[in-house]
Structures are given as C-alpha cells and as structure tokens.
Design a protein around this ligand. Structure first.
Ligand code: AMP
Ligand code: FE
Ligand code: FE
Ligand code: ZN
Length: 284
C-alpha cells in the first residue's frame, strides 16, 4: 500500500514531518509522498527521518491553480519529483506562490476585521507560521468563539461563497502543468470529484481539456471518491492516456475522519504498481 497525497504542519496538516514519517512507517506503507500546499519544507524535514527507518519518501507538492481567464474555478494540481527533486527554476516559482499566499492571508485577516472579527495576522502566523492557510484561520475563529467547527468557519467566513473570502493570485492551470514538467516532475489532477461538474459528460469534457494542456496523471483514488467515482476516473485515465495516482489527502486533526493510507472509512488501498508506472514514465 502507498499514499501519494499527505500534508504536514508545514502547510495545513497537524502532523509534523517527523510524526508523519512515524505514522507511515507504523502502517508499513511501501511509499509516502508529502504534498504540502506551496512548499517542499515538510518533505525536506522528513527526509532524514524517512532514511533512518527505511521509508520510501517521495517529493511532492500541491498547487492551487486558476481554471479559465478570468478564473471560473480553483483547481488543485499535484506535482511529483521522483528524479532528484525539482529544478531550481521550479523552486523559485514556488517562492512566488508563497509570497502570494502571505499577501492573501493579510488581506483575509483585514477582510475578517471588517466583518467584526477580532483577528490579527500575527495570531494566524503563530499557528500556521509563514504558510498559514484557511484551515488555520478556521481554527482561530473556532478558538475565539466565532464558529462551532472548522466546517462552520468555512461556511460562515472562508468558503469561496462566504462573505470573508478574498481571492489570491493563482497561476493558470496550464502554466502550472508546464512548470511541473519543466521542473522534471509528474503533474496530477488532484481530487477530480471537486471539479464539481453537474454531469459526468461535462466532467469528462473538462478533464479532457486539462489533459490536453500536457497533464501527466489524474488522482483516481482519493478519500472523497466512491468506488464508482474511482472507476469513472480510471476510464478517463485510459481514454486520455494519463497515469494514475492516489492518496488519502491526510491532514491529521484538520480532517479527522481521514486516515493515512486507508482514507475515509478504509476506502483506500493503493497499489505500489501505480508508483512503478510513474517511475517508468518519468525516467530520464
Ligand atoms: P488555502 O489554500 O489556504 O486557500 O486553503 C485551502 C485548504 O482549506 C484546502 O486545501 C483544504 O484543506 C481546506 N478547505 C477548503 N474548503 C474547506 C471546507 N469547506 N472545509 C474544511 N476544509 C476546507
Ligand atoms: Fe489542505
Ligand atoms: Fe487539495
Ligand atoms: Zn491535499
């Protein structure tokens, strides 16, 4: 069993890199990819711990990208760097996204203040450090009594349709796909169920459009997918010539119903064969 989608405290997970490696080792995962939002820091910190216990650790990242111009939707793209890590050009590009995230966070705090919420960016950074995300805002809103749960915080303040939402400067999905490829990586369309299309036909068409931008893979297996969803995405992978990836999207206590490796109520058991296919395809 492998897990190709996980988050640490370096983005919006609650397990430190060391704790995540220990959990993966306990499960005897054949491989773990750390795919923090906008940073390789969790992966880099986890590396020595993984080496010490002999865990196969893979370098990944999750990037928020804009579909359409003007943007109609945010799409999450995974990048996997299986041959010696990303090129410097890609790392520099990630630094720009980190700056955009910091800027968004300051504007988000200011917007929440206009809604009567007593919140300072320093408080957010104290729990999320420099890579704070909306889940950190949610936790703070909960602690301060503005909402009853993380989910409630998203509905009342943070969701794309909520009054507190502020947009962030995101790269286009096509640019991001190209950047991952140029950096030596395999790109994968994360949790396609969240494309939120009304019909399977519309969903297939959109995935076809993204595939045509040079996408390498699609996340067929994910905690949010039913068996029927995964079967549908597997067919689309075949149709569009995409590699298949899968992972739990583990966030620790920020998504408490999702387990590392096995997903939501044990709905995942991802085969190591998928990784072998990715390695074959990305061999230099
Ligand atoms: P950000 O990248 O800072 O805009 O935050 C996005 C992250 O917030 C996602 O990766 C999820 O982990 C989390 N998230 C988004 N929407 C929700 C929601 N409705 N409930 C809980 N977590 C969410
Ligand atoms: Fe997240
Ligand atoms: Fe995501
Ligand atoms: Zn994720």
């Amino acid at each position: 069993m492998i897990d190709l989608h996980s988050h640490t405290t370096e983005s919006d997970g609650t397990y430190s890199p060391q704790e995540l490696v220990a959990a993966a080792n306990e499960l005897k995962l054949d491989a773990l990819a750390i795919t923090d939002h906008d940073t390789f820091s969790g992966y880099e910190q986890a590396r020595p711990y993984a080496d010490a216990v002999g865990l196969r650790l893979l370098c990944g990242i999750e990037i928020s990208t804009a579909l359409g111009n003007p943007k109609t939707k945010t799409i999450h793209l995974l990048g996997y760097f299986l041959n010696g890590g990303p090129a410097d050009g890609f790392r520099n590009w990630v630094l720009m996204m980190q700056a955009a995230r910091r800027d968004r966070n300051e504007r988000l705090a200011a917007r929440l203040r206009t809604l009567g919420v007593d919140i300072q960016i320093e408080e957010v950074n104290a729990i999320g450090r420099s890579m704070a995300g909306r889940p950190h805002f949610a936790r703070l809103l909960m602690q301060k009594g503005y909402c009853s749960s993380v989910q409630d915080a998203f509905v009342k303040y943070l969701d794309e349709s909520a009054p507190g939402y502020v947009d962030r400067d995101e790269p286009g999905v096509e640019e991001a796909i190209q950047r991952v490829a140029d950096g030596g990586g395999v790109s994968s369309l994360a949790h396609p169920i969240r494309l939120g299309k009304r019909s399977h036909a519309e969903e297939a068409e959109l995935i076809g459009q993204i595939a045509a931008m040079g996408l390498s893979a699609i996340e067929v297996y994910h905690s949010d997918h039913t068996a029927a969803d995964s079967a549908r995405y597997l067919q689309l992978a075949r149709k569009y010539g995409l590699l298949v990836t899968g992972g739990s999207d583990f966030h620790g206590g920020n998504k408490p119903s999702i387990r590392l490796g096995t997903g939501y109520k044990g709905n995942l058991n991802i085969s190591k064969d998928l990784l072998d296919a990715m390695l074959t395809a990305s061999a230099p």
